[in-house]
Design a protein around this ligand. Structure first.
Ligand code: ADP
Ligand code: MG
Length: 253
């Protein structure tokens, strides 16, 4: 649950770089997300979606409450957050820049696991299981990111997050760099994972059709504010704002 979450970036000006003003990237955001559900966040570029995603994952600071399993993440320091971190994972749009090019698929997925005390054998078992979950083949484990397609790279990013068995996944435009058919295969995979593992998703996209295929609820952001927040089905049949109506017709190409 988010209660009045606001993200501000300081704007430095003047000779001494004093902070005199703030850019508000997300303003007083509220939402509820239940276990196993997906919330879509839609909005044009610059509307504040990624800032909100980073704030939820506590990668940037924000005001307000971010309640996760009855704890307000914004009241915890980095040390207190550490044991919770694996429960919420974030996946970004461009897998090529978020995957280390010098690491093999296996090493990328194992990286998070090594932080826990598990044997090489246990880690192998988990890596094989997660590769199967994201529908990559076992031969892919020794490949490097540049040897994979865009869709395969995004599956590796997903596997890296999934292997930690998160309760919440924040997906920031995870399909935007992919072509339409790869996109839809990815959505089907996410939907299956959601049903199997009861993961909750915050799914960010500028494409309403992609959100429609995955999310029960949707939030429309525009210039840092929420214009509309309702069940996805209702959004399509009874959009509350002209802006949403335009988004819907623009997505129906
Ligand atoms: P979206 O993901 O919807 O495209 P962003 O959250 O990236 O939007 O950006 C929202 C607004 O905040 C934009 O005006 C952007 O320029 C600004 N912004 C994003 N990151 C920073 C930053 N690190 N410092 C200052 N302004 C930023
Ligand atoms: Mg963004």
């Amino acid at each position: 649950e988010l209660k009045n979450v606001t993200v501000k970036y300081p704007i430095k000006r003047g000779l001494l770089n004093q902070i005199k003003a703030y850019k508000i990237a997300a303003k007083s955001i509220n939402f509820n997300l239940f276990k196993g559900e997906a919330l879509g966040i839609v909005g044009e570029s610059g509307s504040g979606k990624s800032s909100l995603a980073l704030a939820i994952a506590r990668l940037i600071s924000s005001e307000g409450e971010i309640c996760f399993q009855s704890q307000n993440l914004n009241q915890l320091n980095q040390k207190q957050l550490r044991p919770l971190r694996r429960d919420f994972q974030i996946v970004f749009q461009d897998p090529l820049s978020s995957l280390n090019p010098r690491m093999s698929v296996e090493q990328i997925i194992a990286e998070g696991l090594h932080l826990q005390n598990i044997s090489k054998q246990q880690s192998n078992v988990q890596i094989e299981a997660v590769l199967a979950k994201v529908e990559l083949s076992l031969e892919d484990r020794s490949k490097y990111p540049h040897q994979l397609s865009g869709g395969q790279r995004q599956r590796v990013a997903l596997a890296r997050a999934l292997v930690l068995k998160p309760k919440l996944m924040i997906l920031d435009e995870p399909t935007s760099a992919l072509d339409r058919s790869t996109q839809m295969a990815m959505i089907q995979l996410l939907r299956r994972l959601q049903q199997q593992e009861q993961i909750s998703y915050v799914f960010i996209s500028h494409d309403l059709q992609v959100i429609k295929a995955l999310c029960q609820n949707v939030m429309v952001m525009h210039q840092a504010e929420v214009l509309e927040y309702q069940a996805t089905e209702l959004l399509f049949t009874q959009p509350q704002t002209e802006y949403t109506r335009q988004l819907i017709s623009a997505s129906e190409y």
